[in-house]
Design a protein around this ligand. Structure first.
Ligand code: SF4
Ligand code: SF4
Length: 202
């Protein structure tokens, strides 16, 4: 399984794992309300790499940080008008951004898909005995132990009952290695054909 590029919660049962991917809907809320910490030299280097005016960028950043220090809501200076991160692929993009919403205290419930993520993990772990829950930010353990078919169907039913979005359904099938098997009833195509009005969007 390829975990890179995914944020997810891995649920380790005694003999197998279930992985619940986190799907960001790119609403931009987090960057509208959060200004990460950068050093002065980092701000200047990012501005230079992005062909921005270094002095202006630093001034905007320091003004923003001062407001934030006084408890005011600040949007990140690197958030573009399009709602996308202006330094998404820059090496100095902070870890707190790469791992958000998992990186924010216990996970930031103000992110709507994260609330759904929590709800789905809770549905999958209901009445579970001993298990370990990992989120990808702190335990990047790539070992994956697929469940037996019976177990996979059991958790699939719980997963679907929690009303995941279509995007999450596809990612769940792929990341749990359940999709793409000919004749497999646990496939996105099969599910969509059987449940063409049964989704609720995140
Ligand atoms: S608030 Fe959540 S869904 Fe919106 S952009 Fe941030 S991580 Fe993505
Ligand atoms: S650096 Fe990018 S991801 Fe982080 S808060 Fe700013 S705009 Fe958002």
């Amino acid at each position: 399984m390829e975990y890179r590029g995914f944020l997810f919660t891995k649920i380790e049962f005694r003999d197998f794992d279930i992985v619940v991917p986190f799907v960001c809907t790119c609403c931009g809320w987090c960057c509208e309300h959060y200004l990460p910490r950068f050093t002065e030299s980092e701000v200047l280097r990012i501005a230079e790499d992005a062909h921005r005016q270094c002095d202006d960028t630093l001034r905007q950043y320091l003004e923003g940080y001062e407001k934030k220090r006084h408890g005011r809501d600040v949007r990140c200076v690197f958030l573009l008008a399009s709602g996308l991160c202006g330094i998404h692929d820059h090496p100095l993009r902070p870890e707190v951004c790469r791992l958000y919403p998992f990186s924010f205290r216990d996970g930031d419930e103000r992110c709507p898909p994260f609330r759904n993520h929590r709800r789905i993990v809770a549905a999958l772990t209901a009445n579970a005995g001993t298990l370990e829950l990992y989120d990808s930010s702190f335990c990047p353990d790539e070992e994956f132990r697929p469940p037996s078919e019976g177990r996979a169907i059991f958790f699939w039913k719980r997963f679907i009952a929690a009303k995941p979005s279509p995007v999450l359904v596809r990612k769940y099938l792929v990341i749990n290695e359940l999709d793409g098997v000919p004749g497999n009833s646990l496939s996105a195509g099969h599910f969509i054909a059987q449940n063409n009005s049964g989704y609720s969007r995140q």
